[in-house]
Design a protein around this ligand. Structure first.
Ligand SMILES: Cc1cc2nc3c(=O)[nH]c(=O)nc-3n(C[C@H](O)[C@H](O)[C@H](O)COP(=O)(O)OP(=O)(O)OC[C@H]3O[C@@H](n4cnc5c(N)ncnc54)[C@H](O)[C@@H]3O)c2cc1C
Length: 439
């Protein structure tokens, strides 16, 4: 039997609960605004911090999400979005990259660092493997350093590679922390509800239409709508709402992992992920150390390099990895029928090859066997730039439809090639300050 349409009302409707959406919900609920935060994933911590987390907190169970070209798209789902499964590295954006679009979030960046537990990783938490990589990269002239992390150091533990599975000790900051705070402030949390489109009348946004996983239809009316469903989700909501150009560009910061095997000494797979590395602006490549639990790493290696079963089954203890992530070009498209296209341009290929060659040099210099290096396939982990500032949103993140805003990676104007969470939280804080004066 068809369920009766459920109608709700709010000052501010937030569609999608990644770090952008959760920041808006927290900030505005704190100011006494009536907020509804809608998320298609779960509001629960079951399996969070365990090896089952990818099934629950990743789009399409973590391994079925692919581009038309066959690359693996990794996307978080649930209250916290990508931060539920992210590595928690806090790269500070170059302010000039945003100032050229009329956006200055210097003040909000400082607030974001404080609110999101951003800390420098102390030396004694790094582990032997990452330290060896750091030293060899620096000797080779790459500007590697210790990376800041979204981590509460009083709870974090050395020799733990669990960040992407959710932290079992609650040491990693996620958007869920802000969602819980928003709920305590009185915000309404709507889990397992997918926003379909925005209700627009005479060029003004007045709400959203949505559907629960149980078939319940919703009409949610409000003064302000903020799309924060991520680089892919926001493009789709906007497309369904009449923005034909949404998703006509798409960057993903494609990444490759390069693994080596130490001839002597312990590998780095037990150590903290993304704790050392650097962003090389000139070549558009970001480097960071990679680690991971034995079982997943082994399965991944077996799937990608079945001809090297010995590495996958027996060499985890000696293995160490470097991830390289590039600032890619804007080619790519989000389609409404579910297809996502991300072709690799010549420049993308050059950057991936340059980065992989540099990673190999670093691994070999650190003591890895030069005749036994493995490369992973390409991973698209930062879907972005589908609703770019300057194209579909202005410097206030407002679209051409009044009272309809976007606040997530979709608004990033160009691939910067660095993990974007600190930027997104800063943008969320900046937009909240504006909205607070409007509603
Ligand atoms: C493996 C991995 C490691 C990473 N490591 C780092 C890192 O170390 N540092 C860093 O800064 N970044 C990292 N990132 C990237 C970071 O997680 C994302 O860039 C960030 O989460 C993007 O935030 P967002 O607000 O754009 O939305 P997302 O995090 O993409 O969240 C959007 C949310 O909206 C929901 N949604 C989508 N469509 C709808 C709809 N129609 N209705 C309702 N809800 C919807 C989704 O389920 C999701 O929960 C990593 C990403 C991955 C995958």
């Amino acid at each position: 039997m068809a369920k009766k349409l459920k109608k709700l009302e709010a000052d501010v409707i937030v569609a999608g609960a990644g770090p952008g959406g959760c920041t808006i919900a927290k900030e505005l609920s704190q100011k006494g605004k009536k907020v509804i935060l809608i998320e298609k994933g779960v509001y629960s911590k079951m399996f969070y911090g365990s090896l089952l987390a990818p099934i629950r907190y990743m789009e399409k169970f973590g391994f079925l999400f692919r581009t038309v070209e066959g690359d693996w798209i990794v996307q978080g789902k649930g209250f916290g979005g990508g931060t539920l499964i992210y590595a928690g590295s806090a790269f500070v954006p170059h302010p000039g990259q945003w100032q050229q679009y009329g956006i200055d979030f210097t003040e909000e960046l400082a607030e974001a660092k404080k609110d999101c537990w951003v800390n420098k990783t102390p030396d004694d938490m790094l582990g032997e493997g990452p330290k060896r990589l750091l030293a060899s990269a620096q000797e080779l002239g790459y500007p590697w350093e210790v990376i800041d992390k979204f981590v509460d150091l009083t709870k974090c533990k050395a020799e733990c590679p669990m960040c992407p599975y959710g932290c079992p000790r609650g040491a990693k900051w996620t958007g869920m922390v802000f969602a819980e705070e928003a709920e305590r402030n009185g915000a309404t949390i709507l889990p397992k509800v997918t926003v379909r489109d925005v209700i627009i009348e005479n060029g003004v946004a007045g709400g959203v239409r949505a559907r629960g996983s149980n078939g319940q239809e919703y009409e949610i009316n409000g003064k302000i709508v903020v799309c924060a469903a991520g680089g892919i989700g926001t493009a789709r909501i906007l497309k369904r709402s009449g923005f034909d150009d949404a998703g006509s560009w798409f960057t993903g910061d494609p990444a490759i992992m390069v693994f080596g095997y130490f001839k002597k000494g312990k590998g780095g797979m037990r150590d903290m992920l993304f704790s050392v590395g650097c962003h090389d602006d000139e070549h558009g490549v970001t480097f960071a150390n990679v680690s991971g639990p034995r079982m997943f790493w082994g399965l991944q290696r077996l799937q990608e390099k079945p001809q090297k079963p010995v590495n996958a089954i027996f060499r985890w203890g000696k293995a160490i990895g470097v991830m390289i992530k590039i600032a890619d070009e804007l080619d790519g498209q989000i389609h409404l029928d579910g297809r996502i296209s991300k072709p690799r341009t010549k420049r993308d290929m050059y950057r991936l090859e340059w980065g992989a060659a540099a990673a190999e040099k670093i691994l070999i210099k650190a003591g890895c066997d030069p005749y036994n290096i493995d490369h992973s396939g390409v991973i698209v982990g930062h879907p972005a730039a589908t609703v770019r500032v300057g194209q579909l949103v202005d410097s206030n993140l407002e679209t051409s439809v009044k009272n309809l805003y976007c606040c997530d990676t979709s608004v990033i104007p160009d691939a910067f090639g660095v993990p974007p969470t600190l930027v997104i939280v800063s943008l969320g804080k900046r937009l909240s300050k504006r909205l607070e004066t409007i509603v």
